[in-house]
Design a protein. Structure first.
Length: 315
């Protein structure tokens, strides 16, 4: 099949790499072009940087297209000229209007990092960890005009462990999703697939992440904050303040004790125990301003006086 691949972040790049590997192993599918979002400012210098998908495509000599929108008739004509059999979409970030969905002979399929219809939208991986879901997975679906609403062609699942972070689950789902897309392509090449219609009543929306909601509200229950810390690692990273200075929290476990929300109850090499609205949270990996992430045991050895019991975080 002549395939156009559309994606932007690292999650999508891993899918593209797997498709390229499958092609070299005789799967017979040709990636004729890659669509990705326009280069964005990145880093301290805010210089324009190509997406991970663009970088990979250029390494393999694949034509790259970066339209600002696919609602532009010129961009639509450009896609049609490629004469694709199928478009594979993974975390692309642009809306595909109906004319684009109808352009490839077999339509467009999408690899979505959720067991649909559980989490539709921008941040299904992190929301699953935050909500305390027992499992997550990837759904390969036939795309339609709605947001992640299309018929489901293939599902793969994985447990969410007590140690999983947004980062670890992301990496695992990228591997599972990549393999699932290759499997779906093999089935599509053999003939039409009948997708399972989603039950819209079971759908939840995974809102895009933002830094504001990463601020730890110590009046919340400890188990809720523990999940939030894991979900928002490696981005946007949960945070609070201590002595009026920012304090990033990269890892935490449930602790013991009670007190004013945000109050330091105890400090030891095992962690910094902080009172919450219900229960307590033991912070085990922190980052101070200008420093690097450190286990709390290292901070305790060198800066014990900064973490005296009775101090209150978040003030």
């Amino acid at each position: 099949m002549r395939i156009v691949f559309a994606g932007t972040p690292e999650f999508a790049a891993q899918h593209l790499q797997t498709l390229l590997d499958a092609g070299r192993q005789g799967a017979g599918h040709q990636i004729v072009a890659v669509y990705t979002q326009p280069d964005r400012p990145a880093g301290r210098g805010q210089k324009l940087a190509p997406s991970p998908v663009k970088q990979l495509a250029l390494q393999h000599g694949i034509a790259v297209y970066q339209p600002q929108t696919l609602r532009d008739p010129a961009a639509q004509a450009e896609l049609a000229a490629l004469q694709p059999d199928l478009m594979v979409v993974v975390a692309y970030g642009l809306i595909l209007p109906q004319v684009v969905l109808d352009t490839p002979r077999l339509g467009c399929i999408n690899s979505h990092a959720s067991l649909l219809p559980r989490w539709r939208g921008a941040a299904p991986i992190q929301r699953a960890v935050q909500a305390g879901d027992a499992s997550s997975g990837v759904t390969v679906m036939q795309m339609e005009a709605g947001l992640d609403t299309g018929p489901m062609l293939l599902k793969v699942s994985t447990p969410i462990t007590a140690d999983d972070t947004g980062g670890s689950l992301h990496d695992r789902l990228a591997r599972l999703g990549s393999a699932a897309v290759v499997e779906a392509l093999g089935k599509l090449a053999a003939g039409p697939l009948r997708g399972e219609v989603q039950d819209d009543t079971q759908a939840t929306y995974a809102h895009k992440l933002n830094k504001d909601e990463a601020r730890l509200d110590w009046s919340r229950p400890a188990d809720e904050l523990e999940r939030l810390v894991r979900a928002f690692n490696p981005w946007p990273i949960c945070h609070s303040t201590l002595h009026g200075e920012p304090l990033k929290v990269l890892a935490a476990t449930l602790g013991e004790g009670a007190g004013q929300p945000g109050q330091i109850l105890a400090a030891s090499r095992d962690g910094l125990t902080v009172a919450c609205g219900e229960g307590a949270l033991r912070l085990t990996r922190l980052q101070l301003p200008g420093g690097k992430p450190l286990a709390f045991s290292d901070l305790y050895n060198s800066r014990r006086e900064q973490f005296a019991p009775g101090l209150v975080l978040g003030q």
